[in-house]
Design a protein around this ligand. Sequence first.
Ligand SMILES: Nc1ncnc2c1ncn2[C@@H]1O[C@H](COP(=O)(O)OP(=O)(O)OP(=O)(O)O)[C@@H](O)[C@H]1O
Length: 387
Amino acid sequence: MEGALAKKPIGPVRRDFTPWESGNAKPFIEFRNVTKRFGDFTAVDNLSLTIYEREFFALLGGSGCGKTTMMRMLGGFEEPSAGEIFLDGQNLAGVPPYRRPANMMFQSYALFPHMSVERNIAFGLQQDKLPKGEIEARVQQMLKLVKLEDFAKRKPHQLSGGQRQRVALARSIAKKPKVLLLDEPLGALDRKLREETQFELMDLQTELGMTFLIVTHDQEEAMTVADRIAVMDRGRIIQVATPAEIYETPNSRFVADFIGSINLIEARVASRNGTVTRLKAPNLEREIAVSQPTDANVGDTVWFAIRPEKIRLGFDAPQNGTANAAEAEIWDIGYLGDVSIFHAKAAEDLILKSTVANITRTVERPISWEDNVWLSWDEDAGVILTR
Ligand SMILES: Nc1ncnc2c1ncn2[C@@H]1O[C@H](COP(=O)(O)OP(=O)(O)OP(=O)(O)O)[C@@H](O)[C@H]1O
């Protein structure tokens, strides 16, 4: 096992990691038409999903969308009402949690308060009756992995929240399960520690070569740690894709709106010619040109979605050649330090958000309230959504 823990160059390894694109990669975890009902309430609705070995996969969605239920079914704490779940080729139906090659780290950590850090980590290994020497070696290895060697003798109440979280993590990977299930694992940490720990989790996952499934309602967290994200809504998966695909090419208004900030403009298809689709928004003077073919027909209602950082803002009319531009009046400004968010009124009932990076400390003539400005964006800056 020592070999598997050797430090690998993380970046390049992950960049090449795209088994979902390969037609012949073997699925590792598979949900096949899984439904879960509680009484007459459907928490998970006929859902199918494939996760690959060594993948860091995130289930992302608002409260009550069914993500924890998905994870609990995989862990064996709930049985599906219909459908099947496979793990490493094995149908999990009827297999109790302790016999599944998956371990769950719970939101509350559930550490034993009266036991020291090292005994907490050793607990599951003792239950499995591993030889004493092996348990000791494994505990030392885990303490080192989560950087808690100096805290081995402490009790949980003598630790910070972040340290407790690392003990729980060490305990859940000590048995070297094939899959680690993480239910909002960083929920109790403050923002800064949370961000640091996200990177630690990623390093750990690469080092261990395990498959991680994380449940979170925090989109930034999912974007940071995951190879792929499933965005869920009311028991269904709306989109499964890499963080960049989810962000740049959301498949619906729901996903576009759920991840990050977005401008959504309702429009009709005015013309299409294979490579460029032109849209007419009722309250915008100029048509919007989008370098994206669409299934929608001329006259259909669609939505043009564009991220605020892709809309340029300036006093001068854009140079010839910029297809998309609109005059607007500054309505509101939010100064966040690193960026400023401008709300610009481009038409009656149409306020567009534009995020501008504050790359210098002082600006000769800052854009201010009620200023008349030009908004502009490239043809490939936004996407057309049909649902
Ligand atoms: N044991 C249960 N009995 C009845 N309803 C349940 C049970 N467990 C979950 N539910 C319901 O199923 C739905 C999905 O629950 P789930 O815990 O999967 O949501 P979630 O997406 O993880 O939300 P959160 O982020 O709030 O934890 C919720 O409406 C919840 O009330």
